[in-house]
Design a protein around this ligand. Structure first.
Ligand code: GLN
Ligand code: ZN
Length: 761
């Protein structure tokens, strides 16, 4: 039984690659230094995997920025706007073009935008979107996978190169212009793919992993044909090569026969997300094919339950024989941190339940030993698994009981929206086109320093509180003088939307070093939700009460919603995710109630990650959405009719989920629209969305100050689509990444635009 790792983290256990890349961009280190660091990181990974005893060790899973961008460079998928730059940097070893495609290029009289970035399936990893144009001619460019394969060989290690498979590569990109079909595109790309595979084979590769995660999504007949065409051509050209067709993040379901009939040597399936698919896959697996079982979770940080994995492995062995079974992690370990041993401050009870990349590789080997008869490993693991089942750190009977007793009434406001709207209008006395912001104000260096100093114990909590209060006071006065109608306290006490809440809730722990790559050199350190969630103390009430005491205008309370907290954390796997979401919802509900009791009349519960949680399969989406909506409603429905509930989402796609957005029944929703020129408001208008809406009138992602007329025009557009009294005026998103001068100018213009539109109506 061979062991197989589909990919390993690459950013460096101490984020060495992040630092090296950023230093290289800043001109602080040479290309040689960046390459040296890269070589060291690759060598460490390869050596580590070899020492642990892994047979199929990945190469080309390393990347300076993104593996999809690497594929674009290798095949020559370079948008024409980079042509001139490409000629300037003709030297093939020069990474300028590569980084320009990743980050945009504004130097030497060039002003070229980067490739678009989007989420890799349902992960929080973002890849760069390939742009296919009919004018592009594809040829093999700097095949880094061949270089890296040879590099590993020079260390005495024969690796398994990892490439994005041709169909997934096409499907994750965009065709610019209508004059190119997927079939034509595949025809153009395939010869280059084949040439690439041939060079790998000539360099000595025997196994090659082709990632085709699109096989776990809904595919139309034309896409299925692409799979047949691509893999038939590859196997005809290179009959001696062993292709490991790799799927992950879900079940093959209706694509089972398609995937298993492709002419490849082995197929990898994700048995963590979809253990139930094993029977169907075993039944349909042709006699000449091998099966790679992804039993160790590559997406989460929990220790493997060996007994459960062994049951799956043994079933496979019984049916197809040990020699046709490979054993590995469910997907690349890119999505988990490096090494649990680096965590010295974690609560030991919680730590014993966890495993990071290094530990997961060891688990794969342990499972192999167990299958070979070493049952002592199984017994130790059972002890740990059992301790999780009964730990009083995890299980809070009162939390479970409270969730059990939730009724439909708990998820419903007392009255329907039209009634609430009247009441709120009379309490709040807001003008038409009321102005507000999304919550955060600029996080200056001083503000960040304050939080850091408090964490390090350099300043006392008293000093910290006084300084944050000063920042709030100043921000309230600035908003008053700008003439905004609904104010915010500014979120200076928060470093992001989840950590601040997680730190105050039971059931969360935080790592020191648990970094995972989000995109390029950006890494995040998600909190770990290990147990039942509850709120021992109010979390935001003191700040909100203080802010409200400074002004007669309403100050919005500001909270993060249950789905967003869930999406941006590592979530416990011993109960359904939505059960955890509902527990978080109850904790937020307590906070909402306390804010209301403290005299806060408007409360915003942000759900920017609601869409991110959408399942890959269409058939599962409605169920997810209705549960997500229920969690939101549970969090907010405790308030009186006169208390106004806001929510905020920062994306521009609502068409397919508008029914569910309406079902959230927030009194006001603020959304991103400025970059799409109010286009997405059409989803709201078409649906006759009944509640109030704040379509963002300017893009906060750049320091550009929008003109009054520009925002006025957008508001007139909104006024043509929605009832006037339902329209709010606000920026696209929070202002934390902006500086104060541009923020004040932009908001001043925004308030003037709102006033002008009021007069014009
Ligand atoms: N209230 C948050 C802020 O203003 C919302 C951020 C977000 O939508 N991502 O920063
Ligand atoms: Zn936002």
């Amino acid at each position: 039984m061979l062991t197989n790792i589909p990919g390993y983290p690459r950013i460096g256990s101490q984020r060495e690659l992040k630092k090296a890349c950023e230093n290289y961009w800043a001109g602080k280190i040479s290309l040689e230094r960046l390459e040296l660091t890269s070589r060291q990181l690759r060598k460490e990974n390869w050596n580590g995997l070899q020492e642990t005893g892994i047979d199929l060790i990945p190469s080309n899973d390393f990347s300076w920025y993104d593996q999809v961008l690497d594929m674009c460079m290798t095949l020559g998928v370079i948008p024409s706007r980079f042509k001139a730059l490409q000629q300037t940097f003709a030297n093939p070893g020069c990474p300028e073009l590569y980084f320009a495609m990743a980050r945009g290029y504004q130097k030497n009289n060039f002003d070229i935008t980067a490739l678009e970035m989007t989420k890799w399936f349902d992960t929080n990893y973002h890849y760069l979107v390939p742009e296919f144009e009919s004018v592009q001619q594809y040829t093999l460019h700097q095949p880094k996978c061949v270089e890296e394969f040879k590099e590993a060989l020079s260390h005495g290690i024969t690796t398994k190169p990892v490439l994005i498979g041709p169909v997934t590569f096409i499907l994750c990109g965009k065709i610019k212009g209508d004059d190119l079909t997927h079939t034509q595109l595949l025809e153009k790309l395939l010869p280059v793919y084949i040439e690439l595979l041939r060079s790998l084979q000539q360099a000595g590769a025997t196994w090659i992993q082709l990632d085709e995660p699109f096989l776990v999504t809904d595919l139309d007949p034309a896409t299925r044909d692409l799979y047949h065409a691509a893999y038939t051509a590859i196997s005809q050209a290179l009959p001696a090569l062993s292709i490991l067709l790799t799927t992950y993040f879900g079940a093959l379901e209706d694509n089972t026969t398609l995937a298993l009939q492709l002419p490849v040597q082995a197929v990898h399936i994700d048995l963590v997300r979809a253990p139930e698919q094993l029977d169907a896959v075993l039944a349909a697996l042709p006699a000449d094919k091998w099966l790679s079982l992804g039993v160790v979770d590559g997406r989460n940080i929990w220790k493997n339950d060996y007994a459960a994995s062994v049951a799956l492995i043994e079933k496979a062995i019984q049916q197809i024989g040990e020699e046709r079974v490979l054993l590995g992690t469910s997907c690349s370990l890119l999505h988990v941190p490096y090494n649990l041993e680096d965590e010295t401050a974690l609560d030991p009870e919680v730590k014993q339940w966890m495993a990071f990349a290094k530990q997961k590789v060891a688990e794969v080997i342990a499972l192999k030993h167990i299958i070979a008869g070493d049952t002592s490993l199984l017994i130790d693991n059972e002890t740990v698994m059992n301790s999780r089942k009964i730990s009083s750190r995890i299980h809070q009977p009162e939390v479970k009981a409270r969730l059990e007793s939730v009724t439909t009434a708990d998820t419903q406001r007392h009255s329907i929206f039209p009634h609430r709207q009247k009441l709120q209008q009379s309490v709040l006395q807001l003008p038409l086109f009321p102005t507000t912001t999304i919550g955060s104000f600029p996080q200056t260096t001083e503000i960040r320093q304050l939080r850091a100093d408090l964490k390090k114990g350099i300043i006392t909590p008293e000093t910290y509180n006084a300084d944050i209060r000063n920042a709030i006071t100043e921000t309230i006065y600035r908003q008053e003088s700008l003439g905004l109608d609904v104010l915010v306290h500014g979120e200076f006490e928060r470093n992001d939307m989840v950590e601040y809440f997680g730190e105050q809730l039971d059931g969360f722990v935080f790592t020191q070093n648990g970094w995972v790559q989000s995109y390029g050199t950006r890494c995040v350190k998600p909190p770990v939700i290990f147990g039942d969630v509850q709120r021992p103390e109010p979390m935001t009430v003191a700040w909100s009460r203080f802010a409200q005491s400074l002004t007669s205008k309403p100050v919005k309370g500001m909270l993060t919603g249950p789905i967003t907290i869930l999406q941006w954390s590592f979530v416990r796997n011993d109960q359904p995710r939505m059960q955890t979401a509902m527990q978080i919802a109850l904790a937020i509900r307590d906070e909402v109630k306390d804010l209301e009791d403290a005299g806060i009349t408007i409360i915003q519960v942000d759900e920017p990650a609601l869409r991110e949680g959408l399942p890959l399969r269409k058939a599962q989406r409605a169920a997810y959405l209705s549960e997500a909506v229920k969690a939101f409603r549970l969090a907010v429905s405790t308030v009186d009719d006169s208390t106004q509930i806001h929510t905020h989402m920062c994306y521009a796609e609502f068409n397919d989920i508008i029914v569910h957005i309406a079902a959230m029944d927030a009194d006001v929703i603020t959304i991103e629209t400025s970059r799409s020129q109010m286009e997405l408001l059409e989803a709201f208008a078409g649906f006759k969305y009944p509640n109030e809406t704040g379509p963002g009138v300017y893009d906060i992602h750049s320091p550009r100050v929008p003109a009054i007329a520009e925002m006025e025009a957008l508001l007139h557009k909104a006024a043509a689509l929605l009832p006037l009294r339902n329209i709010w005026v606000n920026p696209d998103c929070g202002l934390k990444t902006r500086k104060w001068p541009e923020t004040e100018m932009a908001l001043r213009n925004m308030v003037t635009a709102a006033k002008n539109v009021r007069l014009a109506m």
